[in-house]
Design a protein around this ligand. Structure first.
Ligand code: DGY
Length: 327
């Protein structure tokens, strides 16, 4: 009898691993959060999206067949290095679409209606009572939502704009008829979207093309008084350029769930009242996190057994139904 295939699974996923019936042909080892990838005869790796898996890590695992990333984003994995070594890479599309779309709307509402500022005031014990000009925000009805990246998550965010009586513009590699039919959305160039949208919401994957997409010039091109929401990846936005745009009031507000150098959040951003800050919680629902596990585990098993991956990704993007997936 051949010995079971050895796989490494991120320690933070122990809860899910312990609730899973591990087949006899698989032998999992838990990989400690702070531990480097060990050298060894492992054929599968199931890492979190916060672990960098580059050429160096892959070289320590010469028998590796699959990297089944726990996340829809896979910018932590060096895809070219994986391809060069014949290692398959997969992600977890679909499982977190609704959770992230919901979080995006929570952030849009929080920024537009100044919920964190109101909450801070209510808790402070200094609230002096109702006042007609106190913490007045932006009403959403009749405004325009700009969806940057119309993959699964961007699509669901755009579709929900109907409920708030908002128009929708989107920027995407291809046409998105679901969004056009469901939300009356119109596909435009990025500069047109930035100039017209009252709320710009980012849903592109982080790639060399999208890194720094929302730089100083893009922020400057945004409509005065607009709101920027980022539930994709921090590096899509130039954080240093965002600070003065918010501090000067040129942008009304920003709401961020992701940062360039997580878990570091620049002090200058933390010091601003008109930014809503969340600690990367877009997919943090019970259903989404369990679904991500199921998908990642299935991809791990398939990769180890040299079967076709359920959700392969390459430098060109996800191999499944929809391209343009946001994170
Ligand atoms: C992902 O899966 O890429 C998300 O960022 C997790 O919330």
């Amino acid at each position: 009898m051949t010995s079971p295939a050895r796989v490494l699974v991120a320690e933070e996923l122990r809860y899910f691993l312990e609730g899973t019936t591990v087949p006899e042909d698989i032998d999992p080892t838990v990989l400690g959060a702070g531990d480097p990838v060990p050298e060894g005869p492992y054929v599968g790796l199931l890492p979190l999206l916060v672990r960098t898996v580059g050429a160096e890590e892959m070289d320590r695992l010469p028998q590796l067949r699959v990297i089944a990333n726990y996340g829809v984003g896979y910018d932590n994995v060096d895809l070219a290095a994986a391809r060069a070594r014949g290692i398959g890479v997969s992600n977890t599309p679909g499982a977190l679409t609704m959770a992230t779309a919901e979080m995006t709307w929570a952030l849009i509402l929080a920024a537009a209606r100044r919920l964190p500022e109101g909450e801070r005031l209510a808790r402070s014990g200094t609230w002096a009572g109702w006042h007609p000009t106190q913490l007045v925000g932006m009403g959403l009805d009749g405004r325009t939502l700009g969806v940057v990246g119309a993959g699964r998550i961007g699509t669901e965010v755009g579709l929900r704009a109907r409920a708030f009586d908002m128009g929708v513009l989107y920027w995407s590699r291809g046409r998105n008829r679901v969004l056009e039919r469901g939300a009356g959305a119109r596909r435009v160039e990025l500069d047109e979207l930035l100039a017209a949208a009252d709320v710009v919401s980012l849903h592109v994957a982080l790639t060399p093309e999208t890194a720094g997409l929302i730089d100083a010039a893009a922020l400057d091109a945004m409509k005065p008084g607009a709101i920027l929401v980022n539930t994709a990846r921090g590096a899509v936005v130039d954080e240093a350029a965002l600070v003065p745009a918010l501090a000067s009031g040129r942008l009304r507000a920003a709401a961020l769930d992701v940062y360039d150098d997580e878990p570091r959040i620049p002090a200058a951003l933390r010091g601003l009242d008109n930014v809503v800050l969340m600690p990367h919680l877009g997919s943090a629902t019970e259903r989404a996190r369990a679904g991500m596990w199921e998908i990642a585990w299935e991809n791990l098993l398939r990769g180890v057994r040299l079967q076709r991956l359920r959700d392969p990704v390459t430098e060109r993007g996800p191999g499944t139904a929809e391209a343009g997936e946001g994170a």
